[in-house]
Design a protein around this ligand. Structure first.
Ligand code: ADE
Length: 224
């Protein structure tokens, strides 16, 4: 899989992609992540990437020219399955969207800033708009990092235990059950006996019950 990210702050994304699972996935050539500085594509004499809004009002708008030129260059090199715009008014990110996107070959993610991008960018190029939650971030970069992480961990070979992504919360619309590790007894707080019993089937049954119970208590909307 190849992911191209268009941003005016590429340095903001260096950190999240150069550690842990995302770093290893790139080292194993399971994903290529390329950061593109939108400013590099600006033909403006001062390399500006934003301008005042038509109609007046506070806040700048990202201009179409550098974004369009960057997208055109990428599209001339390969086909893209999706061009995603990170925005608080997009579709709320859910596990089903992550699963779907993890099957794509090439995607572009555009990060907005200020008041967002000129509407014509959205009309002409964007195939999907995604929000990571009902709150406003200062830019799309942190949202893009969340989106990339949630997709890349699903790629075959990325997680060392192949089954572990399948038992995550939200796969099957259920939250994950509680988990325990050593010690068996922490100041009188004990691990449930069933987990020490060695009965694989009973343990699976208990985990399924706990998943449903936790979902009913915390996220009943998932059961609808
Ligand atoms: N950009 C600003 N706020 C955002 C959000 N909630 N999700 C995705 N991108 C954003």
């Amino acid at each position: 899989m190849r992911i191209d990210i268009l941003t005016i702050l590429p340095q903001l994304l260096d950190g999240p992609f150069s550690d842990s699972i995302l770093k290893r996935a790139q080292e194993k050539n399971l994903v290529e992540i390329h950061l593109h500085n939108i400013r590099d594509y600006s033909t403006h004499r001062q390399k500006s990437v934003d301008d005042y809004q038509y109609g007046g009002g506070a806040g700048m708008v990202m201009t179409i020219q550098p974004i369009a030129d960057c997208i055109a260059k990428l599209k001339s090199e390969r086909d893209y399955d999706e061009i995603i715009y990170m925005t608080p008014d997009g579709d709320l990110l859910k596990q089903t969207i992550c699963n779907e996107l993890s099957l794509k070959e090439n995607i572009i993610i555009l990060c907005g800033h200020y008041k967002g991008v000129d509407q014509r960018v959205r009309d002409l190029f964007i195939t999907r708009e995604i929000s990571i939650g009902s709150y406003v971030l200062s830019g799309g970069e942190l949202g893009a990092a969340v989106l990339v992480d949630s997709i890349v961990r699903l790629l075959p070979g990325v997680l060392s235990d192949e089954t572990s992504a399948l038992t995550d919360s939200f796969q099957d619309n259920l939250l994950a059950p509680p988990v325990y590790t050593r010690p068996e007894d922490y100041n009188g707080h004990k691990v449930p006996d069933i987990l020490l019993s060695g009965h694989t089937e009973k343990i699976e049954e208990w985990r399924a019950e706990q998943s449903i119970k936790r979902t009913q208590e915390r996220r009943p909307d998932l059961l609808d």
